[in-house]
Design a binder for this molecule. Structure first.
Ligand SMILES: NC(=O)c1ccc[n+]([C@@H]2O[C@H](COP(=O)([O-])OP(=O)(O)OC[C@H]3O[C@@H](n4cnc5c(N)ncnc54)[C@H](O)[C@@H]3O)[C@@H](O)[C@H]2O)c1
Length: 294
């Protein structure tokens, strides 16, 4: 298959592109807006361009489009709402329209942020959407556009609402930040110790994304289904960094960030015959092992 990945030089995109390139012709379009420590392999064709440009021709040359390019962090979206909507909504609409016109399958990377804060955990796929920041709103809008083209013009699509994905090579998110701080003996600041996060390891995510290219019309949660508090995470990384003398300080939660989330992944498991395989402890040990090889 010919596969296009927007944002394919990003954290998730690089793992996905490298995996898919084993059996497919993979093209990545990414303007390198957000950096990481990963490299695409030399089988992947890289285009260093923006998806804000017209990419209809590029889409027409592929069979499947994974649309991952986005402002991908809540804090960036709060600082740059205009850019967030331009990219995550407007550019998404153009990609959706091009996939519809050329009859290409679209897999849209959505987020658990669409649910906002929910009273009942784990959060089911049909829970009411409650976006609480520009990033979340942009993903709700992106999903709505995708679904509307599915209903009105038979766009072939899948939507995946990912929880917090982690793995070697990502930067500027809670797990890489904590690891770096424990390793360099800096004190850790927790924005709300009781904040609950559902962490999922990158390989488990890539397995689902690869399976989705054979599916149609699915809207799925993609998490581990396991709750972890920030304090548990910090303690786990501290335990795995025994020589660190960092201290853990607990601060107030940051405005606009979701306080607790755990995904209900029962449909994802049954519809894809998939199970998350890597525990948080195993995933963090894998990151340490990769870092030790650097
Ligand atoms: N990582 C997570 O925990 C997580 C969770 C839920 C959803 N998601 C979604 O999954 C997708 C991938 O996430 P990620 O963690 O790999 O994020 P990422 O920021 O590492 O990847 C996104 C990529 O898009 C690129 N990009 C930004 N603007 C662009 C533009 N104008 N043209 C072309 N490329 C552009 C960036 O350079 C980056 O490489 C995003 O849509 C994100 O919102 C991620």
């Amino acid at each position: 298959m010919n596969i296009l990945i927007t944002g394919g030089a990003g954290f998730i995109g690089t793992y996905l592109a490298n995996k898919l390139s084993e059996n497919n012709e993979v093209t990545v379009i990414d303007n390198l807006y957000r950096k990481n420590e990963l490299e695409l392999n030399n089988k992947v064709k890289f285009l260093g361009e923006s998806i804000i440009e017209d990419i209809e021709d590029l889409i027409s040359q592929n069979d499947v489009v994974y649309h991952l390019a986005a402002i991908s962090q809540v804090m960036t979206s709060i600082e740059e709402p205009e850019l967030t909507y331009k990219l995550n909504v407007e550019a998404t609409k153009n990609i959706v329209a091009a996939c519809t016109k050329h009859k290409k399958k679209l897999i849209f990377a959505s987020s658990r942020e669409v649910y906002g804060n929910q009273d009942k955990l784990p959060v089911k796929i049909n829970a009411e959407l409650n976006p609480e920041n520009p990033y979340a709103a942009s993903k709700v809008a992106g999903e709505a556009i995708v679904r509307s083209y599915g209903n009105s013009y038979k766009l072939d699509y899948n939507i995946v609402r990912m929880s917090n994905v982690y793995g070697y090579g990502d930067v500027d998110r809670v797990i890489p930040k904590f690891i770096e701080m424990f390793k360099t003996n800096k004190d850790i600041e927790l924005y709300g110790s009781e904040k609950i996060i559902d962490f999922i390891y990158i390989d488990d995510v890539v397995e689902v994304l690869v399976k989705l290219k054979e599916k149609s019309g699915l809207i799925l949660n993609l998490g581990s289904g396991i709750k972890t508090t920030l304090l548990e995470l910090a303690n786990l990384i501290k335990e795995l960094t025994p020589n660190s003398n960092s201290k853990i300080n607990i601060l107030n939660e940051r405005h606009g960030e979701v306080g607790k989330f755990q995904a209900d992944i029962s449909e994802t498991k049954s519809k894809l015959r998939w199970e998350p395989k890597t525990s948080l402890r195993e995933g963090i040990v894998k990151i340490f092992n990769y870092q030790n090889k650097e």
